[in-house]
Design a protein around this ligand. Structure first.
Ligand code: PMP
Length: 284
């Protein structure tokens, strides 16, 4: 695989970053994941805009121009022959040497890494026809979840807890309300109304969430942005999650309780179709 590191396209076994990099030592960095379908990038402007927001929030200077991010993404897709898959992008604060809690001087070069992952058949994931089972667990992350940092240990732990219990993912719960999934935004459907948590520092502002809610409203579906409890979710007609790589994924079981009739719901299925159709149209 050819990957990108700090201005160079190199073979993955030639790529290297410093052991002093604050991304490595302190999870001091941000990332984005863009899906690729038919060799084109989905929702690219949204992901780029969020990358810049994350960098700004952490006062990390943005190392590249918008068109450079796009051309590196395209080049990696082309060089690696990616039809369906994703491009991962990470920018860290770098570090010239010596571990220190204080940030290095502002002119310290950032570290920029991008690589592809091939995922043949990404849009036809069999799980979309059967749905996910989720467990719930307390949300023990920090309180700036709107910044897409590489600090992903807690979500990884929650994912492992879900796997150990035979589930596909975990829904994180704070003050009795669902925040989001380990790597996706969470929704329920009740009486035809789509309910998902309002934007704040408590959740990541999903790019797929924004697109799906826009398509839902355009299709005259009712949307309510508010938090909900596990009990309300278990009692809902449908549940689903959204993310750049899972698109719209139905959820059929929460902590062992079936959601609705325990089958993949109509709203989730329809939103998945609309999302895939519409985002392919605007793919670059
Ligand atoms: N929440 C969290 C915690 C995530 O990690 C992700 C995926 N990165 C999402 C939501 C979904 O965001 P997006 O639709 O932009 O992939």
């Amino acid at each position: 695989r050819t990957v990108y590191v700090n201005g160079e396209f190199v073979s993955e076994d030639q790529a290297h970053v410093s052991i002093f990099d604050r991304g490595f030592l302190m999870a001091d960095g941000v990332y984005e994941v863009v899906s690729v379908l038919d060799a084109k990038l989905l929702d690219f402007p949204g992901h780029l805009a969020r990358l810049k927001r994350s960098l700004e929030a952490l006062e990390i200077a943005n190392p590249l121009e918008d068109d450079e991010y796009l051309s590196v993404h395209r080049e990696l897709v082309a060089r690696n022959g990616i039809t369906d898959g994703l491009v991962y992008l990470q920018v860290t604060r770098g570090n010239p040497g010596d571990r220190d809690f204080a940030y290095p001087a502002a002119e310290t070069p950032q570290t920029v890494v991008m690589f592809t992952q091939a995922k043949p058949g990404l849009a036809d994931a069999p799980a979309a026809r059967t749905g996910w089972k989720v467990i719930t667990t307390e949300d023990l992350r920090w309180h700036r979840r709107d910044i897409k940092t590489v600090q992903l240990l807690f979500p990884s732990m929650a994912k492992m807890e879900a796997k150990a219990k035979g589930a596909d993912d975990a829904w994180l719960v704070e003050d009795g309300k669902v925040t989001e999934g380990t790597s996706n935004n969470a929704y329920i459907v009740k009486g035809g109304k789509i309910i998902t948590r309002q934007l704040s520092h408590d959740i990541l502002h999903g790019i797929t969430r924004a697109a799906v809610l826009r398509f839902a409203r355009e299709a005259q579906m009712q949307v309510e942005e508010r938090s909900f409890t596990i009990e309300e979710a278990q009692d809902a007609d449908e549940a689903f999650v959204t993310s750049a790589s899972a698109f719209v994924m139905p959820v059929v079981e929460i902590d062992g309780a079936s959601v609705g009739d325990g089958k993949v719901g109509h709203v989730a299925t329809r939103l998945r179709e609309i999302y895939l159709d519409e985002s392919r149209k605007t793919a670059v």
